[in-house]
Design a binder for this molecule. Structure first.
Ligand code: F6P
Length: 321
């Protein structure tokens, strides 16, 4: 193996830059030529590729976003799109590819792998929604961002004696809501894995008001489904007469400097991806389970079920009485 490519794809996450840095530096250290592919699979099809030097990744370990930029590409999912990508890989003599992203990115990686491209997936997504790894790069940072936001919203919520509903990201996975709910001392956490029980939420609010509590924090994971946070606010007002405000944290959650945890995870996984390519052990997703780095066949890793942390969910509820 002489030349490898690296790209970031799908929703960006804090720590992607640290992963790119690790791939580039470990690759060059190992005698490889490393090419940076801009804008994910879209940029791959378009040949938006340039050689990375040691200096290309200087001063980026602490930066949010991705210096290689990211995109979601429908065209790449077509046969024609993959054919274009294969041609470009040939033109640039790319013998191995590291893709950093989430499940959509890994499905693209699987397709390329089936077409004979040596590819390794590095989990970069704030959602923490991949079953084969305990942590994805960006998750720790987003939890810290949300906890910080909860603290600020709590100040004003308490001053006004209100209930605040805070919507967080995570698509179909409630991990961001769950971990930030526990760390932020939320009264209720609503996640897609469990669903919404309006009656219980209203009852809890009334009970805590009767005990003299002046404010409440409700974390609402996007992807819960039927009811929006605003509709829940109306339901609470109608049933409890408690004034409610809604904050959608949105894309604020995807930015910012990565935490030390995410930087170390990204550095270790980026280097591991290059090692596997060098050892000829491609077609894998790298991750971390029980503190140890792991590598799973892409298809198997993608099919591993994400286990919902029931214990943390119950604990958050118990500690919020
Ligand atoms: O998958 C990462 C994620 O941030 C999800 O949490 C969220 O639902 C989605 O991406 C938002 O995507 P976009 O930036 O395309 O709106």
């Amino acid at each position: 193996m002489k030349t490898i490519g690296v790209l970031t794809s799908g929703g960006d996450s804090p720590g992607m830059n640290a992963a790119i840095r690790a791939v580039v530096r470990y690759g060059i250290y190992s005698g490889l030529k490393v090419l940076g592919i801009k804008e994910g699979f879209k940029g791959l099809m378009e040949g938006k590729i340039e050689e990375m030097e040691l200096s290309s990744v200087a001063n980026i370990i602490q930066r949010g976003g991705t210096i290689l930029r990211s995109a979601r590409s429908d065209e790449f999912m077509t046969d024609r799109g993959k054919e274009k990508a294969l041609n470009i890989l040939k033109v640039f003599n790319i013998d191995g590819l590291v893709v950093i992203g989430g499940d959509g990115t890994f499905r693209g990686a699987l397709d390329l792998s089936k077409l004979g491209v040596p590819v390794i997936g590095v989990p970069g997504t704030i959602d923490n929604d991949l079953g084969y790894t305990d942590y994805t790069i960006g998750f720790d940072t987003v939890v810290n961002t949300v906890v910080d936001a909860i603290g600020k919203i709590r100040d004003t919520t308490e001053s006004h004696g209100r209930a605040s509903i805070i919507e967080v990201m995570g698509r179909r996975c409630g991990d961001i809501a769950l971990q930030s709910g526990l760390a932020g001392g939320a009264d209720s956490v609503i996640v897609p894995e469990v669903g919404l029980d309006e009656v219980n939420i209203c009852k809890k609010l009334i009970d805590s008001r009767n005990r003299g509590k002046r404010h409440s924090i409700i974390i609402f994971a996007e992807g819960v489904g039927d009811v929006t946070p605003y509709e829940l606010g109306d339901i609470i007002k109608k049933n409890t007469d408690i004034d409610t405000r809604v904050t959608i944290l949105g894309h604020l959650q995807r930015g910012g400097s990565p935490s030390a945890f995410d930087r170390t995870l990204a550095s270790r996984l980026g280097a591991k991806a290059v090692q596997l390519l060098l050892e000829g052990d491609a077609g894998k997703l790298v991750g971390r389970r029980n503190g140890v780095l792991v590598a799973e066949e892409i298809e198997i890793g993608l099919s591993m079920e994400k286990v919902f942390d029931e214990e943390t969910y119950k604990l958050t509820d118990i500690l919020s009485i």
